[in-house]
Design a protein around this ligand. Structure first.
Ligand code: GAP
Length: 556
């Protein structure tokens, strides 16, 4: 699928716009247009319904170790700064970046691909190259696919070193494609690296840490003491409210708390449409369980979340569940799996993260409580001490342990965290939905069409109601159906132009059903329903439309 075509459709039909576009845009920020807002709401609502409100806490679901409760929260974006100290974000949430002193561009260190080229000296007219026998130069590029990287490199290498041979392949031999940190780790000095848009090697600075949290000021005085941060994840709001939820509701471990909301990260290189944005939405669950069942719960959530994407239309061949290797795991994590999708903007065979499912142990609750607890009085809630004998974290001092009254046991629950990105899921559903094919027009002639084959639950508009012509009482009959449907669904009324054109307008925005009022409607009260994907048409009674659409959307 050609990503440019999807990006252009998103703008043309009002799914996504660049933020502040009339002022030239702001990198890493996106606005959802009239159809985009519906699509993304449907993604978030499907998630909330499937994970929270639709959850049956009385039954044990397949694969689950027991029945469990689910509930929700909606926390603030700005929280007490100490939250970020204890979560580790203040000290550890950074990326390494490198600057190019020549182009003044900044790159994420781990995202610069470095390509080692062996240059055969006798093919180069550049005296600097000819001097070195044998010569190996390291080049870098940010191009998105290895093939593009290659093409770009050949072009730049040819231009810069005025290669004698007309055939660049004779002059250069591509040796390796690696990320920059691998090369630096392997001992390649940065002085040998040509930055993506630079002309000479050695313009990249050494990697420096860059905290990804957006800083702001709370209150009128505006000193450094008033500094606060926009949350980089929704999870911490859940952890710091754990006790409030336990004390105010009747949930019992095992249970999950869900939250959907904005998160902010000052990404060094936002890119790939909405995939890596600076403002985005997360859909997170923190699932609290007994430590001895946590492995089983981890497996349950990993598999359940993977299935959710399959159920909503991402195919198995482009969706993978990837368990992290031991060296990729955070120090507190027993297991983490990423759910990844083969986004079309990635090189063939590469996958991009949609969601991480992490076993976080008791790290978060412990971090938020440690610091003031008396380690002697509660042996199972020991505070981790630093070399100076003082608690390592300055936590809230509140006891965030849980008392299981049936087992008469106190413990710090372990947490399984399925953490998804609403924007990434929306983007994946859009990418998967985009198709070009042909559909017959009203005269039966095949016409090319663009169609978004979105799952009916996700489609922004569920049905379009179309009077065949604007006369003979057809508009009135169509409007009656439209109003009956509107009570339950987002539906659209369209009486403009040839019906084939109207079908194609709806296909392009993913409307799964078109209901057409025609001459027969006026005699027998039936309408045609057209299916966007199969193009099949069938007749039903006009008053059956709401039940028919409901049945088809919910797959009953
Ligand atoms: N609480 C855990 C956590 O935040 P994460 O892997 O950093 O984990 C979870 O983020 C999900 O949030 C990712 O899988 C992705 O879908 C989404 N996400 C993270 N950074 C993002 C960004 N810059 N733009 C869009 N989505 C992002």
């Amino acid at each position: 699928m050609d990503m440019d075509k999807l990006v252009s459709l998103c703008k043309r039909r009002g799914f996504l716009f660049q933020s502040s576009e009339i002022y030239g845009g702001l990198n890493g920020f996106w606005d959802y247009g009239p159809l985009g807002v519906e699509l993304k709401r449907n993604v978030k609502e499907a998630w909330w319904r499937d994970m929270v409100t639709g959850h049956d806490e009385l039954s044990q679901l397949p694969g689950a170790p027991s029945a469990y409760d689910m509930t929700g929260l909606d926390c603030t974006i700005i929280m007490h700064p100490q939250v970020w100290k204890c979560s580790g974000h203040y000290d550890l949430f950074h990326d390494f970046m490198v600057d190019c002193t020549s182009t003044k561009k900044r790159y994420r260190y781990d995202q610069i691909y470095a390509v080692t080229l062996s240059v055969k000296p006798n093919h180069s007219t550049n005296p600097e190259i000819s001097k070195q026998q044998p010569f190996t130069e390291v080049w870098t590029t940010l191009a998105s696919t290895p093939d593009e990287q290659k093409a770009d490199l050949w072009k730049r290498a040819g231009g810069k070193y005025s290669v004698r041979s007309k055939n660049a392949d004779e002059a250069f031999e591509m040796v390796d494609v690696k990320k920059l940190p691998d090369l630096v780790k392997a001992g390649t000095a940065l002085t040998a690296v040509v930055a993506p848009d630079a002309n000479v090697p050695g313009t990249l600075t050494a990697p420096r840490e860059f905290n990804l949290m957006f800083k702001t000021i709370v209150g009128a005085l505006g000193g450094e003491d008033d500094a606060a941060f926009l949350r980089p994840e929704t999870a911490q709001g859940i952890f710091v409210n754990f006790k409030n939820v336990v004390d105010s509701s009747r949930v019992k471990v095992p249970f999950g708390i869900a939250q959907v909301g904005k998160s902010f990260r000052n990404e060094i290189t936002p890119r790939n449409f909405t995939f890596r944005s600076r403002e985005f939405e997360q859909m997170e669950i923190e699932f609290f369980c007994k430590p001895d069942t946590s492995q089983q719960w981890y497996k349950y959530w990993r598999d359940r979340r993977y299935q959710w994407y399959l159920d909503l239309g991402l195919p198995r061949e482009r969706l993978q569940l990837r368990e992290h290797h031991a060296e990729e795991l955070s120090h507190y994590s027993i297991g983490t799996a990423d759910i990844e999708y083969a986004f079309p903007f990635l090189p063939a065979g590469e996958f991009g993260e949609l969601e991480g499912v992490a076993h976080r142990g008791d790290f978060d609750l412990r971090s938020h409580m440690e610091g003031k607890l008396d380690p002697n009085s509660k042996p199972d809630l020991k505070v981790e001490l630093g070399p100076d004998g003082k608690p390592k974290h300055r936590g809230s001092g509140k006891d965030l342990s849980y008392f299981d009254d049936q087992a008469r046991q106190r413990f710090v629950p372990h947490v399984i965290e399925p953490s998804a990105g609403a924007d990434r899921a929306t983007l994946a559903f859009l990418c998967e939905a985009y198709h070009e094919d042909t559909a017959p027009d009203e005269n039966g002639k095949p016409q090319e069409r663009v169609v978004l084959k979105l799952h009916p639950r996700l489609a922004p508009i569920k049905a379009a109601v179309l009077p065949l012509v604007k006369k003979d009482g057809m508009p009135e009959a169509a409007q009656k159906i439209y109003r009956a449907l509107k009570k339950q669904f987002n539906v659209y009324y369209d009486d403009g132009g040839a019906v084939g054109r109207r079908y194609r307008r709806q296909d392009e925005i993913g409307t799964p059903y078109c209901i057409t009022v025609d001459g027969q409607t006026l005699t027998d009260g039936t309408v045609t329903v057209r299916d966007r994907d199969s193009l099949k048409q069938w007749r039903i009674k006009a008053e059956e439309c709401p039940a028919e659409i409901a049945k088809r959307i919910n797959g009953e």
